[in-house]
Design a protein around this ligand. Structure first.
Ligand SMILES: [Mg+2]
Length: 446
């Protein structure tokens, strides 16, 4: 401490982990606490270099809309790093319109993230969530999700560790995945059951040990016995084709009223489904507990729930065996890990929803790696060369004995071909989501 001009000053060595020294405001001449920066020794400079990430700042971003209907977010930092995340494309129906999630990403980044230290992920998550007075839901939480994934990617690449390592290290080496099989209920195929069975056999041939199908098209609130019979035919044919050593999951897709969900569940449980997914829409989740009591089939839901607070009631009602948060819809890696932890305390597994692109899948796999209660991972890109064209290390998603390895590279563990992303950005983004009409012209679920 020294005294000058009647004021007391303290001189001390600044240690904020930033090799560029202290920020200007702390050195103002009239500051009662004046800090002086000492000259660092070589060993101190070495330590400072290692802690350089602490003064990293988010400086810029780019949100690419790429075919088929994905959004890849790139965050850039003051030290030249980039981190990638995937923002679920919500509220985007017309080909040349911008999805609502793009607007949300722009606003969240400008309000809360640009200029900030990207390593403070929980802080930034809370700022993006709580500072938004009108919060939650598919648009807000998907925007947070993509940003959160990119922050984790940055943190991992800066540390030279995978996100799973940062979250405590993997609980498993690999995770099972499944292929979607079409039930052909609305395709005009002459023998839908045989066609679905053939697709399921192809999946086994390709190395999968689990498949999933949606057993009906759009339904009436109370539908005909013939509709249930057709579903039985398709599911029965697939079960017969794959045998008892391959799993068969059924996605009701929220098309079923509570009455039809009960009827279909009791009719299809004989085929030992891995789970019945979304037997009702989220608006009717209070029905799940009664459904679960009435069937031996495990019940799954969650792709349209967006936070811990939305999952809490179904846990408290002991209504589900499996939850399916979508990492790119439900607040990212930060929030999905917490949902997985909540699920574990209710003896529920997680099977992360993931019908979008490679960044979302990579983020999901990081969660699967560390969640002891991860059951199986959805994906739609393994058999799609057009999807894999964005990934430089495409072997990262190779299927072995029905399993996907957990990517162990830094961050999310995948390398994005940005030239390819730029080349395709903004093309062919149309997404048909026309209403599902019933026979009488009214709108049903689809
Ligand atoms: Mg689903």
């Amino acid at each position: 401490m020294f005294v000058a001009g009647g004021s007391q000053y303290i001189s001390f060595k600044v240690w904020d982990g930033c090799p560029h020294g202290v920020h200007g405001s702390a050195l103002e001449a009239n500051s009662p606490l004046r800090r002086s920066v000492a000259v660092f020794s070589p060993s101190e400079r070495s330590i400072l270099a290692r802690s350089h990430r602490h003064c990293m700042r988010v400086t810029d971003y780019e949100l690419y809309a790429v075919p088929p209907r994905w959004q890849f977010l790139k965050l850039e930092t003051s030290d030249g790093r980039v981190g990638w995340g995937e923002v679920y494309t919500k509220w985007h129906f017309a080909g040349d319109s911008e999805p609502a999630t793009k607007n949300a990403v722009d606003q969240l980044l400008h309000q809360y993230v640009l200029g900030e230290d990207p390593s403070r992920i929980e802080y930034l998550w809370q700022a993006m969530y709580r500072s938004s007075f009108y919060r939650g839901g598919p648009v807000h939480m998907s925007a947070i999700a993509g940003i959160d994934e990119a922050l984790w990617d940055l943190k991992g690449t800066a540390a030279g560790m995978s996100v799973a390592e940062l979250l405590g290290g993997p609980a498993r080496d690999r995770i099972r995945t499944y292929r979607h099989v079409r039930a052909h209920g609305e395709d005009g195929v002459s023998d839908p059951a045989a066609a679905a069975a053939a697709e399921a056999r192809d999946a086994i041939e390709a190395g999968y040990t689990a498949v999933k199908l949606v057993p009906t098209g759009g339904l009436e609130p109370i539908d005909m016995p013939a509709t249930v019979e057709r579903a039985r035919d398709v599911v029965g044919a697939v079960r017969e084709a794959i045998g008892p050593s391959v799993d068969l999951a059924l996605d009701f897709h929220g098309r079923t009223s509570k009455a039809m969900a009960r009827r279909l569940a009791s009719s299809l449980e004989a085929f030992d489904p891995l789970f019945i997914e979304e037997p009702v829409t989220p608006e009717h989740d209070r029905e799940l507990a009664r459904l679960a009591e009435g069937t031996t089939a495990p019940i799954a839901t969650g792709e349209r729930l967006y936070s811990r607070w939305e999952f809490r009631p179904i846990f408290e009602a002991d209504a589900v065996d499996i939850v399916q948060p979508d990492v790119s819809s439900a607040g990212g890696i930060t929030e999905t890990k917490k949902i997985a932890d909540m699920a574990e305390t209710y003896d529920a597994s997680i099977a992360p929803h993931c019908p979008i692109g490679p960044l979302a899948l990579a983020a999901s796999l990081q969660i699967d790696a560390v969640a002891p209660n991860a059951l199986i991972q959805e994906q739609v890109i393994l058999d799609d060369a057009a999807a894999m064209r964005y990934v430089e290390n495409d072997g990262v998603f190779d299927l072995t004995d029905g399993f996907l390895d957990v990517p162990d590279g830094p961050g999310l563990g995948i390398e994005i071909d940005e030239d390819r992303v730029r080349e395709l950005a903004g093309t062919n983004l149309g997404f048909d989501r026309s209403p599902g009409h019933r026979d009488d012209g009214s709108i049903g679920e689809r």
